[in-house]
Design a protein around this ligand. Structure first.
Ligand code: SER
Length: 338
């Protein structure tokens, strides 16, 4: 039997590149990608086919589906939270309409194949909105259904798309003639802030963590846009990629919900700065909080409860704070910047 075809959107982004590397190493899938910008040569070599184009282009998505028997979609393309506040309408178009196009394509494909296309969707801690620091401290580790009142366009978009995915999986065309046809199989995880040694993210609000580290490794000063006490959960990129593949391959009969929190380690900006300085002693890190970006970070929970992911699909992060820096981030980033 030939290997199933996986479509990765946003393949040239932060998560995308790491995922392509992992899928290539695992060797269980053939990979088709779409991104606004062409993939670098190294990553093109991992793929069956790569498309440079916009997920808003329905014609392009139909073409991709016509050429490949797509059985899995990793829909990673998105505009992150800071970028989304600068252009909320564009964020809505990309994050919601774009996702709807992909869901429609995956649903059509499920009908054609006669079995459910698996649709993996990264959501985010941005779907939460804690009203005050006091409530945030009181709430501690939040469950999936708590505090779902985001204050960013990105958070609203992600939360709504989680619902859209659940709808497509269980209720799409429930009144119509297609009521018994194969529906897609949507699975989503809520990522904390991600830290990769390969790339610094763009347009996010959890970016202060990775930016501190990447700046120090390049001997550049860094002015943090949040204060030292700002605290949210983070995760090392290898764990993020493991979780995407883990959720894809999870046994459907064990899944009790379509959306799962997953957590890595919860740290403050100050703790990150101290850990960065330990490895890069001359690092020039200071705090010049931006009121709005700080407020966004303060609206995100201190930590998220991932007991359901652990119970339903054996999720377990390999990296805590110490191991993430000691064994992955610092050694890899040193090599990267020389
Ligand atoms: N990392 C994202 C952001 O900062 C949150 O999911 O927007």
């Amino acid at each position: 039997m030939s290997k199933p075809v996986v479509l990765v959107t946003g393949a040239n982004g932060e998560i995308g590149r790491s995922l392509l590397q992992r899928l290539h190493t695992d060797g269980r899938y053939r990979v088709v990608t779409v991104d606004l910008t062409p993939l670098p040569e190294k990553y093109r070599g991992f793929c069956l086919e790569t498309y440079a184009g916009n997920i808003m282009d329905r014609y392009l998505l139909d073409q991709i589906a016509a050429h490949h028997e797509i059985e899995v979609v990793f829909h990673l393309a998105a505009l992150l939270s800071t970028r989304g506040e600068r252009d909320p309408e564009l964020a809505h178009q990309v994050n919601v309409e774009g996702t709807l196009h992909l869901l429609r394509m995956a649903q059509n494909q499920s009908g054609r194949l006669g079995r459910a296309v698996r649709f993996i969707f990264p959501s985010s801690i941005a779907v939460y909105g804690l009203p005050s620091l006091e409530e945030k401290t009181k709430a501690g580790r939040v469950n999936e259904e708590d505090w779902n009142v985001p204050i960013t366009m990105y958070g609203c978009n992600k939360l709504y798309c989680e619902h859209l995915g659940r709808y497509f999986t269980s209720y799409f065309r429930q009144l119509g003639a297609l009521a018994n046809a194969a529906r897609l199989d949507f699975r989503s995880l809520r990522f904390p802030g991600l830290i990769s040694a390969e790339t610094a993210p763009t347009g996010g609000t959890s970016d202060f963590g990775p930016e501190m580290l990447h700046a120090a490794a390049q001997k550049q000063p860094y002015r943090s846009f949040v204060g030292p006490n700002a605290k949210i959960p983070f995760m090392a990129m290898p764990d993020a990629v493991t979780s995407l593949v883990g959720l894809l391959e999870a046994d459907k009969s064990r899944l009790t919900q379509t959306v799962y929190n997953i957590s890595g380690f919860s740290v403050s900006a100050q703790e990150i700065a101290e850990r960065v300085k330990k490895s890069f002693p001359g690092a020039d890190i200071s705090f010049e909080p931006d009121a709005v970006r700080s407020k966004i970070v303060d609206s995100w929970p201190e930590d998220i409860e991932d007991a359901r992911a652990r119970a339903d699909w054996d999720w377990k992060p390999a990296y805590d704070f110490a191991r993430a820096f000691d064994e992955y981030l610092v050694p890899t980033i040193r090599k990267r910047y020389g």
